[in-house]
Design a protein around this ligand. Structure first.
Ligand SMILES: Nc1ccn([C@@H]2O[C@H](COP(=O)(O)OP(=O)(O)OP(=O)(O)O)[C@@H](O)[C@H]2O)c(=O)n1
Length: 425
């Protein structure tokens, strides 16, 4: 037995004592599946099913352990207890027995229960055999119709677990594809984001698109978009090999509060309308955050300029860096992916075009990519005796460019240069 199997199912590793669970009580869902699979989890996310009084049990545990308590669904009797390093959900069983509850779930691998009191695995739908075979098999077409988000969950879980979708299930997914439009966009967005962030997500996004699950969210996407998406993975590998630091940045989230990585931003850009304004509307409909939308629209708008980097003057490069800001890595990978699809460059040579920009970006002392102001706006206002206006920003830019060109080096020279340049205007 693999260590992590023992870890998740062993009540000793839970954030509360087994004594708090009534008899019978069952652990269900993803934690059981992952335990059997030997998949380790950084953050414990446990689901318990209790025949009666689930909320009462959750409340008592939260109180005893001074943990957070959230009533998720008063009608269906579901509550969450939030511990510092784990979350435990307690739900009243759906239907009149454990078996009925398990039969109402999405896939066989997610319909296995574990009784921690008896240490017994309850597997009425042969989920363990499907885990062994690496197969996502629906429980029934009706269950997929009951909550059509399950259609997207199939591709997402196949990607995350490295599984394949059982053929009859995949045929059913195709047949029911239009039902995905009945689901709240926010829930669909979460699944799409998981797919974009998953290492093996690209082939499954392609599969979901071919099965017609993505068409209504990305109306402009076509076969070429999916090819470009695959090229982003290829571009990422090329970048990572030569510039590990940039590769690492692509794996970082857009913001602390937003999980989406810069690499996922570039992939998302491939599926959207190439016009950033239309892309923005598509993203708003999918309830993406402002930070994610800004990332995608900036990379779509600026990647064509990145391709011309080799011919750009220092001044043009300065403004390009100002414009792209933190979206640099996503824009680079998108530009390179576009080259790979068009076949403009092959293999190792393909990065050459972007080397001047990347070298500047990765050098913190490069004054074109990372200006280090010699003077502040306030100092310019005082020295030139002018009111605060956009002109001040323009003067500061000219100072920064002159500094990057090596024409000026001190604050004094900067103010002298400012007087001179405004005199010329
Ligand atoms: N639309 C859904 C969502 C969830 N479930 C059931 O509820 C369990 C827990 O759901 P959730 O935590 O959302 O997913 P996991 O399968 O645990 O997977 P992950 O944690 O990777 O999202 C699932 O295993 C599945 O049995 C379901 O049948 N239909």
């Amino acid at each position: 037995m693999n260590n992590s199997i023992v870890d998740i199912l062993d009540a000793q590793n839970w954030p509360f004592s087994l004594e708090w669970l009534p008899q019978p009580a069952y652990m269900v869902g993803g934690a059981v599946r992952d335990a059997i699979l030997g998949r380790s989890r950084e953050y414990l996310d446990l689901d318990f099913m209790i025949p009666d009084d689930a909320v009462k049990v959750a409340r008592a545990i939260a109180k005893h352990y001074h943990a957070g308590f959230v009533l998720l669904d008063a009608e269906r009797n579901i509550a969450r207890v939030v511990f510092p390093h784990a979350t435990a959900d307690f739900a009243q069983q759906e239907g009149d027995s454990l078996l009925t509850d398990l039969h109402r779930r999405d896939f066989t691998i997610n319909a296995i229960a574990y009784n921690p009191h008896t240490q017994e695995i309850i597997d009425p739908l042969q989920g363990c055999a499907d885990i062994e075979a690496g197969l996502l098999r629906m429980i029934s077409p009706e269950n997929l119709q009951d909550d059509p988000l399950r259609l997207m969950r199939a591709y997402r879980q196949a990607a995350q677990l490295g599984f394949t979708i059982e053929p009859t299930t995949q045929t059913t997914l195709r047949t029911l594809a239009a039902d995905i439009n009945k689901v709240a966009s926010e829930r669909v967005r979460v699944e799409i984001s998981y797919l974009l962030d998953s290492y093996q997500g690209t082939p499954w996004l392609k599969s979901a698109w071919e099965d017609n699950l993505l068409a209504s969210f990305f109306t402009n996407a076509n076969r070429e978009s999916l090819e470009k998406l695959a090229a982003v993975d290829q571009a990422y590998n090329l970048i990572r090999e030569t510039y590990p630091q940039l590769g690492e940045e692509l794996q970082k989230p857009v913001r602390d509060t937003v999980k989406t990585t810069w690499l996922a931003i570039a992939k998302l850009a491939c599926l959207l309308h190439p016009n950033p304004e239309i892309a923005e509307i598509e993203l708003q409909e999918l309830t993406y955050s402002r930070a994610e939308i800004r990332g995608v629209t900036t990379s779509l708008r600026l990647f064509p300029q990145f391709k011309k980097a080799s011919y750009m003057s220092l001044r043009e490069q300065y403004f390009l860096f100002q414009d792209v800001g933190v979206v640099f890595s996503a824009t680079t990978v998108l530009a390179l992916a576009d080259d790979l699809v068009v076949g403009a460059m092959s293999g190792d040579n393909s990065l050459c075009v972007y080397v001047p920009l990347i070298d500047r970006y990765l050098n913190p002392d490069d004054l074109v990519a990372h200006p280090s102001p010699l003077v502040s706006g306030k100092e310019v206002i005082l020295a030139l005796n002018i009111p605060a206006s956009p002109l001040v920003g323009k003067i500061l830019s000219e100072i920064a460019i002159a500094q990057a060109e090596g024409k000026i080096n001190t604050a004094q020279e900067a103010l002298k240069f400012a007087k001179q340049v405004t005199g010329d205007w």
